[in-house]
Design a protein around this ligand. Structure first.
Ligand SMILES: Cc1cc2nc3c(=O)[nH]c(=O)nc-3n(C[C@H](O)[C@H](O)[C@H](O)COP(=O)(O)OP(=O)(O)OC[C@H]3O[C@@H](n4cnc5c(N)ncnc54)[C@H](O)[C@@H]3O)c2cc1C
Length: 290
């Protein structure tokens, strides 16, 4: 069976729509509004990474600036989540710092929280450095840390020293065995270890995982260590858990990506679960049937 690129893209986009809001800012805001109506907060991310074109970077900047201004008008409890390489890190540190300052400045005027997504390990230092630089000035700023990296325990302790707001994730990038935990068992073990540190020493953090066992452990820890924290999920995942958590008075946020650069993000989501690969296979077969 030979599948044309156009058909492949059509099928992939249909599947991607499980996890992304659509291609435009309005799609993202509509999705955020829906989340809000279900009692959730929204974290909007414009898809795209490793930008080296100034035009692309400027467009990304303008869209984030537009989004932070739109939350109030749309009556949404929202945050944005920015990837360093989408606002200039792939060009220069200077470009990245200048652009980030513009975003965080506008966000702070609109009282919007900004998350720094964490990308692959070659960018960890730069991401932590920019966090340290701006957190002293802007308190509505959080940073994602990846449990699959061996360095993260040290990073977490350092960041907690300054009262940082952490989103704990497992990590979506393939890293080598020298610097990372490779098996699910090891990553999960480290996640729980770091989560315990967060409950004991942190405040205003996010437990961002779809792992039911870990979510249960977090609920248990929250009784022992009452802290301000939230559960974060990617849009479209674990829908069945969210109402129950909200009923129990936990804060739940949906991470809502949008944009035309939907392919790399969607491929990461497909690869995360065997069933998603099967879904892709069966969708391709169905779309090929007349
Ligand atoms: C709010 C949020 C923000 C994130 N930000 C970043 C970031 O900045 N940098 C980064 O590297 N990564 C980020 N991630 C992705 C994260 O690192 C993981 O790749 C992703 O969440 C899968 O890991 P898991 O914790 O869900 O656990 P896993 O062990 O992968 O999954 C646990 C269970 O959850 C379910 N599940 C997981 N993924 C899927 C899926 N795609 N489809 C259906 N079911 C699934 C399955 O039942 C699976 O058994 C973020 C994740 C979230 C929730």
């Amino acid at each position: 069976m030979v599948i044309g690129t156009e058909l492949m893209e059509k099928v992939l986009f249909k599947i991607a729509k499980l996890w992304i809001a659509g291609k435009t800012i309005d799609d993202a805001l509509i999705s955020a509004k829906e989340a809000y109506q279900f009692g959730r907060h929204a974290i909007i991310n414009k898809l795209g990474e490793y930008h080296t074109s100034k035009k692309e970077i400027n467009e990304t900047m303008q869209e984030y600036q537009k989004i932070v201004k739109s939350f109030k008008k749309w009556n949404i409890r929202g945050a944005i989540s920015v990837k360093p390489t989408q606002i200039g890190l792939s060009i220069s540190q200077k470009e990245y710092y200048n652009n980030f300052e513009k975003i965080i400045h506008d966000a702070s005027i609109s009282h919007v929280f900004v998350w720094l997504d964490m990308e692959s390990s070659e960018h960890t230092d730069d991401t932590i450095e920019i966090y340290n630089t701006f957190f002293s000035k802007y308190e509505r700023l959080g940073i994602a840390l990846q449990a699959n990296l061996k360095r993260t325990e040290n990073d977490l302790h350092d960041l907690l020293e300054i009262g940082a707001k952490i989103r704990l994730i497992k990590g979506a990038y393939r890293e080598n065995a020298r610097i990372s935990f490779k098996t699910k068992k090891d990553v999960d073990y480290n996640y729980v270890k770091l989560m315990k540190i967060l409950f004991k020493k942190g405040n205003e953090f996010a437990i961002a995982t779809h792992d039911v066992k870990i979510i249960q452990k977090a609920q248990y820890l929250s009784k022992k260590y009452p802290k301000k924290f939230e559960f974060q999920f990617l849009k479209g995942l674990r829908e069945e858990l969210k109402p129950d958590l909200i009923k129990k008075k936990f804060v739940v946020s949906d991470y809502i990506p949008y944009g035309v650069n939907w392919l790399p993000y969607s491929i990461r989501r497909i690869k995360e679960r065997k069933r998603n690969i099967l879904l892709l296979g069966s969708s391709l077969i169905q779309s090929h049937r007349v």
